[in-house]
Write a protein that binds this ligand. Structure first.
Ligand code: F6P
Length: 325
């Protein structure tokens, strides 16, 4: 079937660079003679018919903004057959022949089910600060969040060194730990506590005490937010109760990690992936996520993205430890 009109939706949690991707998809589609229908408020908008035709000027002056101009919203209804039926009917009504989904693992999972049920060509573009999608070296938003963390820790370090304190800085990133580990390396932290590595309380205390007893008068530990172990608060309480002489503080960075102007890297990958999504449709590809592997665009089947986990390189933890002695 010839594709004449493509839908575009941002779904799940926002990530810096989504706007750069929306711009690239819209402009590449129009350049290739396709109509573009923009869906507002994620899959919910597809069900509610919250859909507007986009021309090139609808995406003018957005490349530099964080968040998503299309807005995003979780959709319980899209998880039901009835909801997806309504979404499909709206696509037919609007004349949309294919759908480009910009988002994280939940969004790709939704796209996969929808594509299978209604035989609609769907292409995914990975956008999440968590960097936890299989098949791509990086996701849109990750680099910006990493830089935000680095800048925040640089600022915290001023107080940590001036007051000779131990800081536990909590970062988000789902259970993947990429932001905590690479953020710790980039900001020269002493330790990163990530979900995939079991750091015992004893290991942590001996590591910190060792550093403090040698040359250091301050330390910064990045902790990946984690509901099961209590995050930064747990480790701070532990140190305070065992070593009241150490001046311990906590800083929880929260959602400020998800906002802000995308870095050049995120804008570039978003632009490349957006253009590649239209190229892929033109080649007749469907139900794949666009990825970047060794700086080359790759096409990863949805089934692989969903089934496989992106594994964190634990050697990075050794590097962090070895260069923070
Ligand atoms: O997926 C992005 C992310 O920011 C995660 O790192 C975090 O665990 C989650 O979203 C927070 O979601 P919410 O905005 O619903 O609190």
């Amino acid at each position: 079937m010839e594709i004449k009109c493509v839908g575009i939706v941002t779904s799940g949690n926002d990530a810096p660079g989504m706007n750069s991707a929306i711009r690239a998809v819209t402009r590449s589609a129009i350049y290739n003679g396709l109509k573009v229908k923009a869906v507002y408020r994620g899959y919910k908008g597809l069900i509610d018919g919250d859909i507007v035709e986009f021309k090139t000027q609808n995406v003018s002056n957005i490349i530099q903004f964080g968040g998503t101009i299309l807005k995003s919203s979780p959709s319980k209804d899209f998880k039901s057959e009835e909801g997806r039926k309504k979404a499909f009917e709206n696509m037919q009504k609007e004349g949309m022949d294919a759908l480009i989904v910009i988002g994280g693992d939940g969004s790709i999972t939704g796209a996969r089910i929808f594509a299978q049920e209604y035989d609609i060509p769907c292409i995914g573009i990975p956008a999440t600060i968590d960097n936890n999608l299989f098949g791509t070296d990086t996701t849109i938003g990750y680099d910006t969040a990493l830089n935000t963390i680095m800048e925040c820790v640089d600022k915290i370090r001023d107080t940590a060194t001036s007051h000779e304190r131990l800081f536990f800085v909590e970062v988000i990133g789902d259970d993947a730990g990429f932001l905590a580990l690479n953020g710790a390396i980039a900001a020269g932290c002493e330790e990163a506590i990530i979900p995939s590595v079991k750091t015992t309380d004893d290991q942590l205390t001996s590591f910190i005490l060792n550093g403090l007893s040698k040359s250091k008068s301050s330390s910064i530990v990045l902790v990946a937010a984690n509901e099961t172990d209590g995050g930064a608060l747990h480790y701070a309480e532990l140190m305070k109760s065992k070593y009241p002489e150490i001046d311990v503080r906590i800083s929880i960075l929260g959602h400020l990690q998800r906002g802000g102007a995308p870095t050049a890297h995120d804008r570039i990958i978003a632009s490349r992936m957006g253009a590649a999504s239209i190229e892929a449709l033109k080649k007749g590809l469907r139900n794949i996520m666009i990825g970047i592997d060794n700086d080359e665009i790759v096409h990863v089947p949805f089934s692989k993205v969903i089934r496989e986990n992106r594994i964190i390189d634990h050697d990075l933890l050794d590097i962090l430890h070895n260069i923070s002695i």
